[in-house]
Design a protein around this ligand. Sequence first.
Ligand SMILES: Nc1ncnc2c1ncn2[C@@H]1O[C@H](COP(=O)(O)OP(=O)(O)OP(=O)(O)O)[C@@H](O)[C@H]1O
Length: 278
Amino acid sequence: MTSPHLATTPLEGSLGGEPQGQRPARLDVVHLAKSYGTGDGAKKVIEDLTFSVSAREIVCIVGPSGIGKTTLLKCLAGLQPTSGGRAAIDGREISGPPPEMALVFQDYSRSLMPWLTVRKNVVLPLRHLRLPKAELKARCDEALEAVGLAHAENQFPWQLSGGMQQRVAIARALAYRPEILIMDEPFASVDAQTRFDLEDLCLKIREGFGMTILVVTHDIDEAVYLADRVVVLGSKPARVLRIVDVELPSPRDQIGTRALPEFAAQRTDVLSLIKRPA
Ligand SMILES: Nc1ncnc2c1ncn2[C@@H]1O[C@H](COP(=O)(O)OP(=O)(O)OP(=O)(O)O)[C@@H](O)[C@H]1O
């Protein structure tokens, strides 16, 4: 990535070697509970979740299908009220969409406007910020550069591959310059090679932009590859089974890191938590 922003925003030290407890928490989830509906018809989806995400940390959430991962992200994004406990950014309770947060969903085909070019799709959510034209252009240029799509700015989403469309969705989030990026199964709909590329893009975004990133994924290998910590959800209604510290060297790379015996050990650790009888 050669964007000026990426080049001029070095991180202080390596996250890989920095103990999690020494970094300030940005996102706090404390005894969060969530039910849909009220009264006799209420459905309790989340029982009690407590975890935090530190500044510039990547945390992955894994757990069985239907456990409430998307529900959790909706609560954190201020799109759903919680039914108990609290979620906070820098100690401020989340009660609506937090301005310092951006979201990327799995279904890029529904999140991009097919009648708008790539550039216009990236600029669209920035409209309400009423930025000067030059600033809009600079943000868009930087984001497209960061995801390797500067050459495709005048194309339409339907002219792009699935992986490229997901890059546009990520560029749109980056152009917003969020401090916290939340992604819900962001790479689930692309082929394996593109998925590896997008995972590495995620790591580069953290390094270059210093973002705090929370990712929901079904893919245990992906969680271990990306994360500083993996929050394993289980049981119904959902609770935290365990928070696994991923102790793998940084920087990570798709071939070397995945070949490490520690990688296999950590993925087995997470998988056995998910597969164990309730
Ligand atoms: N708006 C809603 N109203 C009522 N129930 C809902 C609503 N949204 C989700 N649910 C229910 O909450 C439960 C958890 O759904 P959620 O999508 O959060 O799980 P998930 O872990 O993200 O699933 P998956 O891994 O399959 O994407 C499911 O039983 C679902 O049917």
